[in-house]
Design a protein. Structure first.
Length: 299
């Protein structure tokens, strides 16, 4: 089963509090997870931002129920059900439309809607943080396509420069070296893994159409070129704007006296975004949350 939305968690969070006792949010999370028989994978799943999705949805479920007056928070990080909460538990199901009967929740939602687009208003399955992350993921997906398109507009030699610049940004040797434009027996670049150059990483860069596939023969040629350079345990990275076939991946996984990393177009674009190679940060959005420790008065 998929992880319930924050709305679908309403009855479970209320049921956890139905004994009338104040409970810490950690205890509520544990009880709800047990009731839903969630797996550890579902409980611990993190969004790309690092937020634990389950914890986030429980927090917003409690927050919305609190706005409706169904729960109160008598102490920092604790919640208790109210008479409104008991009434809601008697309903067949609970969602935001049911909470709209309460004036405090209507005011809260109406204020939120004034600050959101019509598209956002109709998507109540995501928490506010998840909605922001979804938009960022959409922007990044479009940006990845733009990056690959821009790479294809330039020469293969320029692509090799981009590859070495990216590997340098990822923390590989300052002494990166680009071979001649004609290539060097299947090797496009050599990176010094350590400052003195005792260990090299060989680079192959293929600027192919993103819809095409790099097969096993291309990887075998690259390995052969590595072996010609040095007999022993070689390391290489094969980077392309295209995809890799299953046979190519299987071949790499079965290598013994060489280690070759495969980076396809999608990962290439992701790494360029992550390490800010060929892209700029357009805007930074900060998400603020109440500091409960700050508002706790010392005894």
């Amino acid at each position: 089963m998929s992880l319930p939305t924050y709305e679908e968690l309403y009855p479970y969070t209320l049921q956890s509090l139905s004994d009338g006792l104040p409970k810490a949010i950690k205890e509520i999370r544990e009880e709800v997870a047990n009731d839903l028989k969630l797996t550890q994978e579902q409980i611990n799943f993190r969004l790309e931002s690092g937020i634990i999705q389950y914890n986030n949805r429980i927090a917003w479920s409690l927050s919305y129920l609190k706005q409706a007056g169904a729960v109160t928070s008598p102490n920092r990080g604790t919640y208790r059900i109210t008479d409104v909460g008991y009434k809601l538990l008697k309903l067949d199901f609970i969602d935001n439309s049911k909470l709209m009967q309460f004036e405090s929740f209507r005011k809260f939602k109406n204020k939120s809607h004034e600050e959101k687009s019509a598209e956002d208003i109709n998507n109540d399955e995501e928490t506010p943080e998840e909605a922001i992350i979804s938009k960022v993921e959409l922007i990044d997906a479009e940006l990845r396509e733009d990056i690959l398109a821009k790479i294809l507009e330039n020469s293969p030699f320029y692509f090799e420069k981009i590859v070495l610049k990216l590997l340098n940004a990822m923390g590989y040797g300052d002494g990166s070296l680009l071979t001649a434009k004609s290539g060097d027996g299947g090797i496009d670049g050599i990176i010094n893994e350590d400052p003195l150059g005792f260990h090299n990483i060989y680079v192959q860069a293929k600027r192919w159409n993103p819809s095409s596939t790099v097969g096993r023969p291309e990887i075998q040629k690259f390995k052969g070129a590595m072996d010609d350079k040095y007999e022993g345990l070689n390391q290489g990275v094969f980077i392309t704007t295209a995809k890799f076939s299953n046979e190519a991946k299987e071949y790499v996984n079965n290598l013994k006296l060489a280690k070759i990393m495969l980076i396809d177009g999608e990962r290439l674009a992701k790494e360029m975004i992550r390490h800010k190679v060929g892209v700029n940060v357009k805007q930074v959005v900060e998400i603020h949350a109440i500091d409960l420790d700050f508002f706790t008065e010392d005894e």
